[in-house]
Design a protein around this ligand. Structure first.
Ligand code: BGC
Length: 541
């Protein structure tokens, strides 16, 4: 069995802009992350993944990078990055950075020189520039839509002021897609990966990992509108099959060429000591295609987004667990589990119920593989409600407000109820914090044994100390009544989940004890277990 640290790890996502502001500009920063590393350590996590902190015009929350080997002054300096890596390592925490290889910011020097260079020049060949369709070239080269809404192509003015070529951007117009068929692009990324690996980073989260190869660049998409609909994470109620139908045969996703890129990256990672890792953000359908990214000579992990969208339904949850475990096992990779991230509604908001959120979290913390926790998830935060005037997400602007975008899950963290802006910043935060977050601040929850925070700390501590949880041991399913999941992790941990809105009673081993519960009201006597509505229990037998 491969015992690499990342196989069964708990990895905490920091969205630096919303974590802690130490210089009073309303945006979080790297010294803020360094300051709160002891808090992160106290949660019982193994690693911290940081969303981008690179220089950026910030048109897409920093996922529009204008220098992948630099640090945006809003966040700090390279010295801060070095200190962050070292301080984390001193505490026994690993550090993972985000790389954004699908696109650069339009502020990157490469794109600026592409604009001032003629069609057909080597400067333009780093991106996807094409002449338009139609007699005067005023129609985009194909019918692809941006995932943020509107067309995926923007027309430029040539240096003489005439109408010019079009360039591809799967996201905002400020995020031109890179041409990975050009060796200059892969060389530059190799430089970036080495730059951070040399500084001691333990791994990378790879943004839009399924999007790099564009061998069908001029092929129309058969159904461009439905694609953006299928990718909307708040589009709940959509089954896996209907989503898969909409997402099948997308000409710019999941092309064979991406795997050559990751085979080369894997060789690079393996040439470093210290068990460096990578995790792909790749939305691929059907889910069996995900395993192709984590074959032994490719990446280490791929996010499994099933739980990010899952219905609170025991059959659907069981199917997702079984399918995920068997798909990744076929290639020897560990599973991953994600309840929240910076692109999707927070779990309490999505399930519309804190009890359900806690029950799903306790179930998730009992599964083999790696768990990703998004900052504030451990506080049970809901999405902030943001007025249209305060919104910043390009998705909101490009869809003319039809899609509200992702600002709600990015509201800065509440640390201390008694301080201005709940201790996040001495100035107004870049997004407003809900008043009721006073009760949910870290300091209010630390002193409450029933709080979300105490609940997360306990399950993560048990995950580390319990022999059934600190390895990737298999799951054995037991028969359970409708709406209930009942399974066992090898070496004595039994998990029972009640997804119904009423109390259920089931028989378990007569020698069982309760280890952890997601809510009060659980009773166990002589193997007779009573579970309240929407709850999970861990038992030791
Ligand atoms: C990131 C998003 C970002 C997009 C474009 C992703 O999937 O997680 O936040 O907007 O890539 O870079």
């Amino acid at each position: 069995m491969n015992n690499s640290w990342w196989r069964n790890a708990v990895i905490y996502q920091v969205y630096p802009r919303s974590f802690l502001d130490t210089n009073g500009d309303g945006d979080g920063d790297l010294p803020g992350v360094i300051e709160r590393l002891p808090y992160l350590k106290s949660l019982g996590i193994d690693a911290v993944w940081l969303s981008p902190f690179y220089p950026t015009p910030n048109k897409d929350g920093g996922y529009d990078v204008s220098d992948p080997r630099g640090v945006d002054p809003r966040f700090g300096t390279l010295t801060d990055v070095q200190k962050l890596i070292e301080s984390a390592h001193e505490l026994g925490l690993r550090i993972i950075f985000d790389v954004v290889p699908n696109h650069f910011s339009s502020d990157h020097p490469w794109f600026k020189s592409a604009l001032s260079s003629p069609p057909g020049s080597p400067e333009r060949a780093r991106f996807h520039f094409f002449d338009g369709r139609g007699a005067s070239g005023d129609e985009p080269p194909n019918n692809w839509n941006s995932l943020f809404g509107g067309p995926a192509w923007t027309r430029i003015a040539e240096s003489d002021g005439s109408f010019g070529q079009w360039y591809l951007h799967l996201f905002d117009a400020s995020q031109p897609d890179l041409n990975w068929a050009n060796p200059e692009v892969s060389l530059d990324f190799e430089k970036t990966l080495r730059f951070w690996l040399d500084r001691g980073v333990d791994g990378f989260r790879i943004d839009v990992a399924h999007g790099l190869a564009k061998d069908q660049i001029l092929v129309d998409h058969r159904d461009p509108k439905s694609l953006s609909q299928a990718l909307r994470l708040d589009f709940v109620g959509m089954t896996q099959e209907s989503r898969a139908g909409l997402l099948r045969d997308v000409p710019f996703f999941d092309r064979e060429g991406v795997h050559d890129i990751y085979r080369a990256w894997r060789k690079l990672f393996d040439s470093y000591d210290g068990d460096r890792m990578s995790v792909a953000e790749a939305w691929v359908y059907p889910s069996s295609r995900a395993a192709r990214y984590v074959r032994p000579d490719e990446l280490h992990q791929i996010f499994n987004f099933d739980f990010l969208m899952i219905d609170w339904n025991s059959d659907v949850i069981r199917e997702a667990i079984e399918r995920t475990l068997s798909e990744v096992a076929a290639v020897g990779a560990p599973a991953t589990w994600v309840l929240c991230n910076h692109d999707s509604p927070r779990i309490v908001t999505r399930l519309k119920d804190a009890n359900r959120a806690r029950a799903l979290a306790l179930l998730t913390h009992s599964l083999p593989g790696s768990i990703y926790i998004y900052q504030g998830e451990e506080l049970g935060l809901e999405d902030g409600s943001i007025s249209d005037e305060a919104r910043q997400d390009p998705m909101f602007f490009r869809t003319h407000g039809i899609d509200k975008g992702r600002d709600g899950c990015r509201v800065p963290l509440p640390w201390d109820a008694a301080m201005p802006n709940f201790g996040f910043s001495s100035q107004d935060p870049w997004l407003p914090q809900p008043a009721q977050w006073a009760k949910q601040s870290v300091n209010s929850q630390e002193v409450d044994p029933e709080s979300f925070l105490s609940f997360y700390r306990k399950s993560l501590a048990l995950r580390k100390s319990h022999p059934a949880l600190n390895h990737e041991t298999p799951i054995i399913w037991h028969h359970a009544p409708k709406g209930v999941l009942h399974f066992e992790r090898e070496w004595g941990l039994v998990v029972v989940v009640n997804t119904t809105d009423y109390k259920v009673e089931i028989e378990v081993s007569a020698t069982s004890n309760i280890l952890h519960i997601s809510r009060s009201g659980v009773h166990l006597a002589n193997g007779h277990l009573k579970l309240p509505a929407n709850s999970t229990v861990w038992l030791e037998s």
